[in-house]
Design a protein around this ligand. Structure first.
Ligand code: FE2
Length: 310
């Protein structure tokens, strides 16, 4: 059943091949993006899947489901409140609604909104054994304009769900899929909440996949210093929805063959309205150029579609 629906869903994957030699990000071959080439060999040798969830509104979000060979479900972030039913539907489709582990990269509502809605309005929608995170202390966020931690932490506490505090090097294994946390919260230097994202390395089906959340420069540089070439992964989730997140030098170390972009169309095109391209303030086009320069040729962009990597 799952395989059948998977085949239907993978057709909606948006693909862009960033292969032009004189690459202009505003002149991506749209016909190629639409028709794509879903004729690659499968990435995973054991039936594992990565499902990067679509934006159910115009707002950027990140929600990733890793399906293990025997249908266990590992979730990273989830998305905004409005994205809740899509995530629930996927988990129910895979195994009836049982989550093995739920990881949150950082406390921003375009990442935790789905979990917030489930805990507050749909507590019986899914079985969730624990939520793992390493959010900064409340006082670290006070005084900042960023109040979203102050909203989610009380919700988690009140729900009674088991919270696991992530520390660097922690590992979880489910059905042959291993998740390793590459970092933990460090208070200095003071930086954005995006940049306290926990970065995860996932080993599945003979490949490696890096979940970056919205990590920015300071944490990226720390990871480069600590891991160097060991950051190498086959697949990367492009941080901060593809703009103004991890720097080029971080992606050079990761050196992925495949990039997953949790990026709506307007942000991919840096467009205020989806029609006038390149007229907005975002830096997505720089990131596209970096990936072209490091030779990463397989790109999957959500753009309002669920993306399934098999
Ligand atoms: Fe985000």
């Amino acid at each position: 059943m799952f395989e059948k629906i998977m085949k239907m869903t993978v057709c909606s994957v948006a693909i862009a091949a960033l292969t032009a030699s004189a690459f202009n990000p505003n002149e991506v071959d749209r016909e190629k993006m639409l028709t794509g080439t879903n004729h690659y060999e499968p990435m995973f040798n054991d039936g594992s899947r990565i499902i990067m969830l679509k934006e159910c509104s115009m707002t950027q979000m990140t929600g990733i489901i890793v399906k293990t060979p025997h249908d266990q479900v590992i979730i990273f972030d989830g998305g905004n409140l409005v994205d809740t039913d899509n995530l629930i539907d996927w988990v129910r489709l895979i195994n009836g609604g049982k989550v093995s582990a739920w990881f949150l990269t950082h406390p921003h509502n375009d990442h935790y909104g789905v979990l917030q809605k489930i805990l507050t309005e749909k507590p019986d929608a899914l079985e969730i054994p624990f939520v793992a995170h390493d959010f900064p202390p409340m006082e670290w966020c006070e005084g900042s304009s960023d109040k979203e931690l102050l909203e989610i932490q009380p919700i988690l506490d009140k729900s009674g769900i088991r919270q696991v505090r992530i520390t660097k090097g922690m590992k979880w294994t489910y059905d042959g899929v291993t998740v390793t946390a590459l970092n933990q919260f460090i208070s200095e230097p003071k930086r954005s909440i995006n940049d306290v994202s926990i970065v995860f390395k996932v080993e599945l089906g003979g490949k490696t996949f890096m979940v970056t959340g919205d990590v920015h420069e300071i944490t990226s540089d720390r990871l480069i210093e600590e891991y160097g070439d060991a950051l190498k992964c086959d697949i990367v989730q492009v941080s901060h929805h593809g703009q103004n997140g991890a720097p080029k030098r971080f992606y050079e170390k990761v050196n992925p063959e495949m990039a997953l972009w949790p990026t709506p169309y307007w942000l991919w095109e840096n467009s205020t309205d989806g029609k006038h391209l390149g007229n907005f303030i975002y830096k997505t086009n720089y990131t596209k150029c970096w990936f072209q320069e490091i030779g990463c040729k397989r790109h999957y962009i959500t753009m309002g579609h669920d993306v399934v990597i098999e």
